[in-house]
Design a protein around this ligand. Structure first.
Ligand code: KG4
Ligand code: ZN
Length: 349
């Protein structure tokens, strides 16, 4: 089955073709350059950019694959969570294609796609798989019971999530206060590599023994962001030059430390020895290094796809669609709506 995947939740228009767990073509257009000067995504600008980019992106994906539309067996589209206008463009296109080609439509969850894309790189998920999905909008711990085969039966449990900012969002906000361009995440990553992660002791939220009962698998980064802001302000008020690399390194270490500690603990407590990390923030080098090192110590197989699969793309949606098709999930109705706040235990609408 050749599955066409369509992604339009935020600022990337992605179209990909997947067969089984093999990626055949993956093309992404981004409108990020149009948003950068506003310091954040402008939803109306993003929607219009999707409208302009969709057909050329589809045509390029088909051309690279050497296939025509008639070769497509099923269509998967990210139905949420994301920006309503952006989602609507991709979903309208997906429905039009499904109707015109008379092929089944699968409206899938974007965040779960961030985890399942790893099947294109490291093969099908084993029986029980933990996933940490970290992006600009999400920080969630997901347990796949029965691997990806359980997806068709909705076998995904969200063990925890951020109570306030997502990891990427916290990086972008700290980037802004350090005067870095938007999005700040990659800039902090780069600066942090030149700094000392032990220079400043920033807080690790929800890691105290008292938090274990209610928030063992939840995260919180807004207090950390405020702590960084206060530290930088004090430094400036005292007339000192801000040691930007050390601030970045200490902040990045605090985020990676909490993400990895909580995730590995969840693996241990649920008897899971495969961990998949996905989402735009999994491009972060401090997180990648710490997860690899501590995962190896704990005997956990840590799977992180290459960076090009971590940011939003069509391959993640095609990969999830393919897993659903392979496992006999029922197709969606052509009447489905988009869901900007789709819950993470919903795999397919
Ligand atoms: O998944 P994604 O492409 O879009 C969302 O669905 O949010 O994630 C984008 C987020 C942004 O916050 C960006 O700053 C962050 O991921 N990010 C990084 C790095 N690369 C991207 N944050 C830290 N270090 C990086 N290397
Ligand atoms: Zn995403």
């Amino acid at each position: 089955m050749l599955v066409l995947g369509i992604e339009s939740t935020c600022d990337e228009t992605g179209v990909a073709l997947v067969r089984g767990t093999e990626l055949i073509a993956d093309v992404t257009a981004s409108s990020m350059d149009e948003h950068a000067r506003f310091g954040g995504i402008v939803p109306e600008v993003a929607s219009r950019a999707h409208l302009e980019a969709f057909v050329p992106t589809l045509e390029e994906a088909l051309a690279r694959a050497g296939f025509g539309l008639g070769d497509v067996d099923a269509i998967a589209v990210a139905a949420g969570p994301g920006l309503v206008g952006s989602l609507t463009v991709g979903n309208s296109a997906a429905k039009a294609l499904a109707l015109a080609l008379n092929r089944p439509l699968y409206g899938v969850n974007h965040v779960i796609g961030h985890a399942v894309v790893d099947e294109l790189v490291h093969g099908e998920f084993p029986g029980r798989t933990m996933s940490l999905v970290v992006s600009g909008g999400h920080t969630s711990l997901l347990l796949f019971e029965g691997g990806s085969t359980a997806l068709a039966a909705g076998g995904v449990t969200e063990l925890g999530h951020t109570l306030d900012d997502a990891a990427g969002e916290a990086f972008d906000k700290v980037g802004r206060l350090l005067g870095l361009p938007y999005p700040g995440g990659p800039h902090i990553d780069r600066l942090a590599r030149e700094g000392d992660p032990t220079a400043i002791a920033f807080p690790r939220a929800l890691t105290a023994p008292k938090d274990q009962a209610k928030h063992a698998y939840d995260f919180s980064f807004s207090g950390l962001k405020t702590a960084v802001a206060r530290w930088v302000e004090n430094c400036r008020e005292a007339g000192h030059e801000v040691p930007v690399a050390d601030v970045a390194a200490s902040f990045a270490d605090a985020v990676a430390d909490v993400l990895v500690a909580k995730t590995l603990r969840a693996c241990e407590e649920h008897g899971v020895d495969t961990l998949v990390i996905g989402g735009g923030f999994s491009a972060n080098s401090q997180l990648r290094e710490l997860a690899a090192a501590r995962g190896a110590e704990a005997g956990i197989d840590v799977r992180i796809p290459p960076i090009r699969y971590c940011t939003d793309n069509g391959a993640m949606i095609a990969a999830l669609g393919s897993a659903l098709v392979r496992n006999g999930a029922p197709a969606s109705s052509l009447g489905i709506g988009v869901d900007s706040s789709m819950p993470l235990n919903t795999v397919l609408v």
